[in-house]
Ligand binder design. Structure first.
Ligand code: G6P
Length: 369
């Protein structure tokens, strides 16, 4: 097992560090930057369906559901068609509306999650075209889907999902770009700009990983907190949910993710000097709004951990601690802002002596209901 961990103390840490390569492997061969094309056989073979789709319905559970939420923001922005994201476990039991021309996307790292499998079968029975986004080649969901695209994250052993999440976002970004191009919703120059930006992501993730020491330092300060709040807006709202989930899963600290502006409708009541609040406050994403959310937290004495763009000064002045990530276009920022949140939860769990790779009560893949 020590050999499999490749010198890392835990699989989770190894997998966090594998993300630059995993993301590269996921777009390699598909994204041809110079030619300005994206090749995805599972989409190319059914391109008319994607062009004519009235709506996309994304089904998933857990971290994959969070990747689905990021994809909703990205695809609606690029393609201008409605995208709905549903917990597979809800969808399968609520007589959902599936109409002709809907495309269902099932996202699953393992490809074996029972609820996701049942939900996609139901959607299929109702006539939907089902596209699978799985990591495990030949898995049940990948076989049941009409078409699909694999993430190329490699085996993920740690129960808390890390590289599966970022590679799912990568595949779904490629999908969004591809449909947008096929529908003429994006200009050639804009398309090129996106490809070039995506091409730089592995290198920027590498840079984001340099926040490890800072994440460790912050973990040391807040590891004994009873609760954590995670806030983000726009593309980074799902990242706040995912950050909170990571902390819950492996450290057993109660954590909630919230859209930052929704804080005033409830969570703000919880804020006092005991409450660490992780705020994703990157420069391009509703920055001024986030800064005023941070001020609201500060005036209630909450402890602020800001995830900021490199060189940021405004949030740095307000926050107790910041972690920097490189500058990137807003829609791709989840691929970077997720990294320090993974590291933060990892270090807290290690410091608390928890079983990071196999947290209590959780399974890597939930194949029964
Ligand atoms: C379990 C795992 C999570 C995962 C979820 C969905 O709860 O512990 O890490 O996100 O299942 O799994 P899937 O394989 O369908 O992505």
């Amino acid at each position: 097992e020590q050999i499999e961990k490749g010198g890392y103390e835990h699989f989770m840490l190894k997998e966090i560090y594998e993300q630059p390569q995993a993301i590269r492997d996921t777009f390699r061969g598909r994204m041809r930057v110079k030619e300005g094309i994206i090749k995805m056989a599972g989409v190319d073979d059914h391109i008319d369906k994607f062009i004519n789709a009235k709506r996309l319905v994304i089904l998933a559970c857990g971290t994959s559901w969070h990747a689905g939420l990021v994809a909703e923001y990205i695809i609606e922005e690029l393609v201008r068609i409605p995208v709905e994201v549903e917990y597979a476990s809800e969808f399968r039991y609520r007589n959902p509306v599936i109409e002709k021309g809907d495309i269902v996307i099932a996202i699953s790292q393992s490809g074996e999650t029972a609820d996701t499998m049942a939900a996609m079968k139901l959607a299929k029975e109702q006539g939907a075209f089902v596209f699978g986004v799985c990591n495990v080649v030949g898995s049940s969901i990948s076989r049941e889907a009409h078409a699909g695209a694999y993430t190329h994250a490699g085996p993920e052993i740690g129960v808390a999902s890390t590289k599966a999440f970022t590679t799912q976002i990568t595949v779904l970004t490629l999908l969004g770009l591809k449909i947008a191009k096929a529908k003429g919703k994006i200009s050639t120059s804009d398309f090129h700009m996106h490809l070039e930006e995506l091409n730089l992501v592995p290198q920027k993730v590498e840079e984001a990983l340099q926040s490890n020491e800072q994440a460790k330092k912050i973990a040391e300060v807040y590891k004994d907190a009873a609760n954590f709040l995670y806030l983000g807006r726009g593309f980074n709202f799902p990242v706040a949910l995912e950050g909170a989930l990571k902390l819950k899963e492996i450290s057993y600290i109660h954590a909630e993710g919230y859209p930052a502006a929704e804080m005033k409708h409830g969570p703000i009541a919880l804020i006092d000097e005991q409450m660490p609040v992780v705020v994703i406050a990157t420069r391009r994403g509703h920055y001024d709004k986030i800064v005023s959310n941070i001020q609201e937290i500060k005036s209630r004495k909450g402890k602020i951990i800001g995830i900021v763009t490199k060189g940021d000064v405004t949030v740095r002045d307000l926050a107790d601690y910041v972690i920097e990530v490189p500058e990137i276009m807003d829609s791709m920022s989840p691929l970077l802002t997720t990294i320090p949140l993974q590291l933060l939860s990892y270090h807290i769990a290690v410091m608390l002596g928890k079983n990071v790779d196999q947290p209590r009560n959780l399974a890597k893949s939930v194949t029964v209901e």
